[in-house]
Design a protein around this ligand. Structure first.
Ligand SMILES: [Zn+2]
Ligand SMILES: [Zn+2]
Length: 346
């Protein structure tokens, strides 16, 4: 089979490797498409140093059932059925987190790359083997370009689920990248009044087209004051910080309404510290939390939102590439004016 392998800093190529061997209780997914997430982009651009290439990767993946292993019911898992896979990791099921409904925080989670010729083989390979609990069904007419959003949308739903957004609440989304735009769509689906803080006018325009009620440029406005001015002086019941800028975190807390929740969505490099007005947090009862990866539940909710058309991520696709165009795909994905780039196997 083919894989798109990252082979060095800003080096990526198609390699021919052995197809994995299917085990009991597993299905083989023929990959139709895989989106290039920030993690893969960081691996390609050499920011991630703890893995030695060659490495395949790819976790925003959609495809179809190509083969079923022993013990798998062919009626329940028919060949050709469209599926998506929750494969960012396989929770252990035994640790504290797994047994408290927080399997996205499982410490023992393992990649399921055993038996692959190149380590880390996942969505950027032509075939992946899956355990049944990783398989989620999609309708037959679901385009690959939408189905690959199951994982990133699951991450955003996990974030939104940290808050209680009620009908008519105010929500602020900081940052209008792909994750910010998905937060806008989810908050609108929850019935909120949504404000976005974003420097780039194109991203603000897109947010408005996706339903955002109000956008502003934080370089031109005092962000905290702007939010207070447009929320009857209260601040927002939920604030999502999707930027990796540590300094923005402080603003995010100050624009949260008393009793509200602020979610630090983006991964900020560990060790970056921000000043925190603990007195403000104390007297206003502001809840500060973070979020990482989808849980089984939020992944399921994401699949439901996509298959029922509740969230349509089509506008966030910036390009579809063949495996042979992988270099162009990664370079395009790294550009700040793009959202998701997808590599599709025919
Ligand atoms: Zn991702
Ligand atoms: Zn666990």
């Amino acid at each position: 089979m083919k894989v798109v392998a990252i082979t060095g800093e800003r080096e990526v190529e198609v390699r021919e490797v052995k197809k994995p061997v299917l085990g009991k209780n597993q299905v083989m997914m023929k990959v139709n498409g895989c989106a290039l997430c920030t993690w893969e982009q960081r691996m390609y651009s050499g920011v991630i140093k703890y893995i030695t290439p060659p490495f395949v990767g790819g976790h925003e993946v959609a495809g179809e059932i190509a083969e079923i292993g022993e013990n798998v019911d062919p009626k329940a898992y028919p060949i050709g059925k469209k599926i998506v896979a929750n494969l960012i990791k396989k929770p252990c099921g035994k640790c504290y987190f797994c047994r408290h409904g927080m399997e996205n925080l499982c410490k023992m989670a393992d990649d399921i790359d055993d038996g692959y010729e190149i380590p880390g083989t996942a969505g950027l390979g032509e075939y992946i083997k899956l355990n049944l609990d990783q398989v989620y069904f999609m309708p037959d007419d679901m385009p690959t370009e939408k189905a690959v959003f199951a994982e990133p949308l699951g991450c955003v739903i996990q974030s939104v689920n940290q808050t209680t957004i009620n009908l008519g609440d105010n929500v602020v989304v900081i940052g209008g990248g792909i994750m910010g735009q998905l937060h806008v769509m989810c908050a609108k689906a929850r019935g909120a009044y949504v404000i976005m803080s974003e420097i780039d006018p194109e991203r603000r325009k897109l947010a408005e087209e996706l339903g955002c009620d109000l956008t502003f440029n934080p370089m031109e406005e005092d962000a905290v004051q702007f939010v207070k001015d447009h929320t009857d002086g209260m601040g927002a019941e939920a604030v999502f910080n999707t930027t990796a800028v540590a300094a923005v975190a402080e603003q995010a807390i100050k624009m949260t309404a008393p009793g509200g929740t602020v979610v630090m969505y983006s991964s900020v490099h560990a060790g970056k510290e921000v000043p925190l007005d603990v007195g403000y947090v104390h007297s206003k009862g502001v809840k500060i939390t973070g979020t990482k990866s989808p849980s089984v539940r939020s992944f399921t909710e994401s699949v439901n939102c996509l298959r029922k058309g509740i969230i349509d991520p089509s506008r966030l696709v910036s390009g579809v590439f063949t495996p042979e165009q992988c270099k162009e795909a990664f370079e395009t994905a790294l550009r700040p004016d793009t959202f998701r780039c997808i590599i599709e196997y025919k």
